[in-house]
Design a protein around this ligand. Sequence first.
Ligand code: PEP
Ligand code: MG
Length: 755
Amino acid sequence: MAAVSAAREILRRLHEVMAARTGAEAKLGQVVRIVSELLSSEVASIYLLRDGMLELFATQGLAQSAVHVTRLSMGQGLVGTIAATREPLNLAEAKEHPDFAYRPETGEDDYHSFAGVPIVRREAAIGVLGVQHREPREYDEVEIEALQTVAMVLSELIHGAGLVDDAQAARARAASSGPMRLAGLKLVDGLGRGTAVFHQPRVIVEHTVSDDIEGERLRVYSAFTRMREQIDTMMGQAEFAGGGDHHEVLDTYKMFAYDEGWSRRINEAIDTGLTAEAAIERVQARTRARMRSIDDPYLRERLTDLDDLSNRLLRIVSGQLGTAAKSGLRGDTILIARNLGPAELLEYDKRYLKGVVLEEGSLTAHVIIVARAMGVPVLGRVHDLFAQVSDGDELIVDAGNGALLVRPQAAMIASYEAMRVVKARQAEKFAAVKDLPAISRDGRRIMVQMNAGLADDAQALDLTGADGIGLFRTEFQFLVSATLPRRERQQALYRTVLDAAGARPVVFRTVDIGGDKAVPYLQGDGEGEENPAMGWRALRLALGRAGLMKVQARALLEGAAGRTLNVMFPMVSEPWEFVEAKALVEGQRKLLARQGHALPETVRYGAMIEVPALIETLDTLLPLTDFVSVGTNDLTQFLFAADRANPRLADRYDWLSPAILRVLRRIVRAADAAGVPVTVCGEMGGRPLEALALLSLGVESLSITPAGVGPIKAMVRSADLASLREAMSGWLDAPGVNVRKALSRAAAEQGVELA
Ligand code: PEP
Ligand code: MG
């Protein structure tokens, strides 16, 4: 309790200083006097960052003539070391420390012991507070804690007075932390450079001292209650989703959220006179210090979880709940997140979003598909991301090489620029085939269409030279809206896309929401599902909400007036669902006709094949359809019973495994026999070797990510498909053939371009 009352006394006096109407420098002078008096130290000094140097700004005990004269660079002397490492130093004999630098002008010869703590703002050291004693002695924990509390208040004072600005702090942090390379998994290929922005912004504590202890205590109490409710809800959902890493993390969260020790420490900090925010941060700083000193990776992970939870508590208590998208991006940005939903990503301004880096993430999750559609490179599964990257850091995402360059040096930036030039040349090469048809060496014309979902995407048709839009994911418009998009808006979008496509075909897929594409305004549908990907989603939801489907049907019919309308239904599991969906659209067509509206010249109906059961009933389904399209993302997820959004399963199953290829061959054969055109529209078709496998199965139409159109066209034009078809048939008939290897070899022998 003595510690609490000492800290409280310091804060009470600091509060008075802060409230006084004196200038900032005079206040600093008062602060050093208070510190030296209460810690009974002969010297107390404040160094602040100015022009990249740590300058003595105020001192009690050292020569006053040294103020604004003594300057140390980052990393120089004890003060510079504290600033560079952002760690306190506590030394009985300062001169014995290897970094000690003697400064005669200060008159510090007489002092033996030294303790100092960094003054931090936005995770950067903007100064140092130090004390010195004549006697050689180590400072106890309570004293160091008191210094850290003072440093927190000083940070507020210094920022408020404009003595150090944020930009200066960011530069200093970059200079002190140094460059670093982190490894990750390529989720969307590409290169991007920008400033780190956290999707969940870290809270900047602006006010540190309060005299309303009860008020602050109440704020923390209710924040704890809210946080516990949130964790309980997440636990409830995770229980249904069943086990795994995610569950383990939540278990730890729950343990910490209810940990009496943690809330007690925060309460003690409030007792000393800190605001709720400052108290949480104070305790968090202790956790971080412990994190740094622990080697055991398991314990470190747990402390990282606690750190994460502290951030959550800070956001709740300060009411800063919005994501970075809400406040808007200001310049070229690399977005940092643990994970993201597709709708969350779509909220960001595409012009400034140059890359996304995730701690988790998996290849076929919808957010990745959205990122690919937006043309934003994504690097996933970057371990230690949050510990190593700070808000405002300069970053280069090199997804192709699975690398994130943090605070790159000039040489790294130069090599990035060089790489960009190479990519641009490659793009030129693809541009050269842009206006040429995708015809194989043996004369097969392959339709290389692209997937789209946003109005802007239609422009990519001309840029890439795609043969059409084989999959327009209409749900993207639903995902970006806060409310259900009205019919007029839907219709305008469909018309814009058709206008841009001109003579090229467009296939509109009716809404595929639910699963990992939840929209807030349809809550209630599928809420609390154990397995949302297999739940109330896509056509199931649409047929269950006939009103929604009718509105979309009318929007499509009106949007395509005078043209051909291709409508496709997602997640058809049994033929009757297709029949019912088609009847629903036909019903709207008749209604509009009666009302005298202009209508499409032709309406063609297609089904997506993504549920394995449907493959057993193709004989019933195919005669009813005008075309079919295989969604390999969902189909593989269901075939392998492997959640497409689960990062642990991301590389587990190969798209070129016999299970998938044989199923696809079956579909192609059935469709050919029925005379129904078949397209493959999953992510698989956008990868050159996988696409080559599809063509070798007899697929003649692909719909892929726009960035894949150039490379896939180049691949087609360099391949002899007849011989590969024969080879593929042999590989699939024989047991145990490694098709990936066999096909790669055959492709290499033929000189197929697999960029
Ligand atoms: C698929 O499942 O393969 C597909 C193309 O649809 P989506 O990725 O939108 O589910
Ligand atoms: Mg799908």
